[in-house]
Design a protein around this ligand. Structure first.
Ligand code: C5P
Length: 223
């Protein structure tokens, strides 16, 4: 089991997916689950403080992930929600509902269900600290705010979304603050996590470093 945590834009999603693919392991994008609860709250106009209703939604999430040609797709019951889940609105809503302990407890239970042979790579904010404290290898991936904002800005531009770098950077700083300062499962490295700053590294270099650490723990790629 590999846990990869870090702030948004640190590249953890891309790297964790790639490492899962190389190992032939399952992959869990835990942020997508928070985004789904956030989306449900937006769609049904549920107040972000309505803990009971939101926790019930989290408990009842019928989510399915599928990887088609390297492209991750997400279904909620029978409805494909891949694009909605990745929207900035869903990300912002996710970080609003993420501080609620009852929502976190429900989603942690759901997340642990993804751990199946031959192994799991899970990415998020509290994979190594709370959800999978016994993970074989824990990595905390960071990068400067400037670099993370630049990466997110480029991604959005590629998708044809019109935003300014300053606005992306401001949103990201606000989300970082909410994730780091919340009292339940704040974003932080586990005491036994390996910390990697990806500011000046290519995705290939980061993947290489993770594979090295896995190798030291006796885990090697399938080919
Ligand atoms: O990683 P992603 O940007 O998809 O996560 C969206 C939001 O969900 C984060 O800003 C954070 O508030 C929340 N989250 C969390 N714990 C996780 C994953 C995501 O609190 N394990």
């Amino acid at each position: 089991m590999l846990a990869v945590d870090g702030p948004s834009g640190s590249g953890k999603g891309t790297i964790a997916r790639q490492v899962a693919e190389l190992l032939g392991w399952h992959f869990l994008d835990s942020g997508a689950l928070y985004r789904l609860v956030g989306l449900a709250a937006l769609t049904a106009e549920i107040d972000f403080n309505d803990t009971d209703t939101l926790a019930n939604i989290a408990l009842g999430l019928e989510v399915r992930f599928a990887n088609k040609g390297g492209d991750e797709r997400i279904w909620l019951q029978d409805r494909e929600v891949s694009a909605e889940v990745r929207s900035e609105a869903a990300g912002a809503a996710a970080s609003q509902i993420a501080p609620l302990p009852a929502v976190r407890a429900a989603l942690a239970q759901l997340q642990r269900g993804f751990r199946r042979p031959p192994g799991l790579v899970a990415d998020g904010r509290d994979m190594g600290t709370v959800v999978f404290p016994d993970a074989t290898v824990k990595v905390f991936l960071t990068a400067s705010l400037e670099e993370r904002a630049r990466r997110r800005y480029n991604q959005l531009k590629e998708k044809g979304i019109d935003v300014s770098l300053a606005a992306v950077s401001k949103d990201m700083a606000a989300r970082d603050r909410r994730d780091t300062e919340r009292s339940v499962a704040p974003l932080k490295a586990a005491a036994d996590a390996r910390i990697l700053d990806s500011t000046d590294l290519s995705p290939e270099q980061v993947t290489h470093q993770l594979l090295d650490w896995l190798k030291q723990a006796g885990i090697t790629p399938k080919h």
